[in-house]
Design a protein around this ligand. Structure first.
Ligand code: HEM
Length: 409
């Protein structure tokens, strides 16, 4: 059975995503005034946020899934041609939607409709592909859970865009909270959990680990998400604090498994990209702890929560993606270009494709920028926010060029 995907499919998603990543940072750079004021619900920030979350993070997740699902689930992608059509529909939809959110939010719903079609095509592709898997495992549950959250996120997003256009729904803020939670914590977090069970052992060469926390992590995290959504709709602070506690414990269970996998690894010295993805796990857990404490002591101020969400998106989701992507692209490219030539002619080694010194500089810059941004925004130092966002934009561009350089080795 042929399970490998035509490399052009994941690569199209990845290249589009990298461009969107740079565009998002440029937009946020020009909106740094609104960032300082903690006003995230503005057209410019909606545009930057959706270029980052839909254009970059979602497109990378889709591209990575086209590559990883066949390998991890041992089943070929249902239809690669459908995959290419899905890529074009989603890319056009995301670009149109994000731009409209920034320049004409009252008609963004039309771009949003195209995004919804693209995402539904993706979900259909994945559901058919995964349903062909012979033996279900814990990863199947994480990925199916993530896809279910993704479905609800885009429905909620569509309702928000609809409401901005026609204004007929009363619960706008409740839908927004549900949308952000399901998108950021449901879809991305469950997906990263699931794929980490494959990628962490693979990149650290670990064997004989138990994964005994995987099921509790999945169940607890999902129960936590449901409690949080309930609390939004019932407007109940107590349930919300309990919800934050439960998702924190779910994350902790996942963390226990990663700890065990790493303890049983053969490869003692981790490379920079992978270490960065592991750092993201610590940041994700840390933010869950802070979210619980902030909810417990009753801080409901908008700016604090906005910056916590920002940190979660950058420090957990984006950092995980940046670390893993820098590992996946060389493997993808090496396999495509050189795997068949091994033994017949001299081929570059995988490590020749990776520049560890550059990675160290880039990842350090990412950490400095994100920390600098949050601290200077909380201290209301406008000029520093501007400088750190500018530096983040340059770092993003350099990272993008570094990934593209791999394709020229
Ligand atoms: C996984 C995908 C998505 C994620 C993670 C996501 C996340 C977010 C976040 C974090 C915000 C708050 C941004 C801010 O306040 O500046 C937001 C707002 C919004 N999202 Fe999404 N989004 C996603 C997909 C979508 C889609 C597909 C649509 C439309 C079809 C959509 C429509 C909206 C709208 C209209 C708002 C602004 C609502 C308001 O502030 O009143 N989103 N989204």
């Amino acid at each position: 059975m042929k399970i490998d995907t035509n490399i052009k499919l994941p690569l199209s998603f990845i290249l589009f995503a990298l461009i969107a990543f740079v565009v998002a940072q440029i937009i946020l750079f020009f909106s740094s005034g609104e960032l300082v004021a903690g006003q995230f619900r503005q057209p410019d920030i909606w545009m930057g946020a959706h270029f980052l979350l839909l254009g970059f993070a979602v497109m990378i997740a889709m591209g990575a899934m086209y590559q990883l699902v066949p390998v991890a689930f041992l089943t070929p992608i249902w239809s690669q041609t459908f995959g290419f059509i899905q890529f074009f529909v989603t890319a056009i939809g995301v670009t149109a939607f994000a731009i409209l959110l920034g320049v004409k939010p009252n008609i963004a719903v039309y771009g949003g409709a195209v995004v919804v079609i693209g995402v539904l095509m993706f979900i259909l592709q994945m559901v058919i592909t995964i349903s062909k898997q012979e033996k279900r495992n814990m990863m199947t549950y994480f990925v199916m859970g993530a896809i279910s959250c993704f479905f609800l996120t885009i429905i909620a997003g569509f309702l928000l865009a609809w409401n901005i256009a026609f204004g007929s729904i009363n619960q706008h803020n409740t839908i927004l909270a549900t949308h952000v939670l399901l998108g950021v914590a449901g879809w991305f977090t469950l997906l990263i959990f699931g794929f980490s069970y494959k990628l962490v052992p693979m990149f650290s060469l670990s064997h004989g680990f138990s994964m005994k926390w995987a099921k509790p992590a999945f169940v607890t995290y999902v129960v936590g998400l449901i409690s949080l959504i309930l609390s939004f709709w019932l407007n109940n602070g107590l349930i919300q604090t309990i919800g934050w506690f439960i998702v924190m414990i779910g994350f902790l269970f996942f963390f226990f498994d990663v700890k065990e996998i790493l303890a049983k690894r053969v490869k003692k010295k981790l490379d920079k990209s992978f270490a960065f993805a592991i750092l993201a796990i610590f940041i994700g857990l840390g933010i869950h702890v802070v979210a619980f404490v902030v909810s417990l002591i009753g801080i409901s101020d908008q700016a604090t929560w906005s910056w916590l969400i920002f940190l979660y998106i950058m420090g957990w989701i984006v950092f995980s993606i940046l670390g893993y992507l820098n590992k996946i692209v060389p493997v993808l490219w090496w396999t495509y270009k050189y795997a068949d030539h091994v033994g017949k002619e001299k081929v570059p080694l995988l490590k020749d494709m990776i520049n560890e010194r550059w990675n160290l500089i880039l990842f350090s810059l990412f950490i400095i920028c994100v920390l600098g941004l949050v601290l200077s925004a909380l201290l209301q130092l406008g000029i520093l926010v501007w400088i750190f966002q500018g530096l983040l934009t340059i770092t993003t561009l350099l990272y993008t060029l570094a990934v593209i350089r791999i394709l020229f080795v």
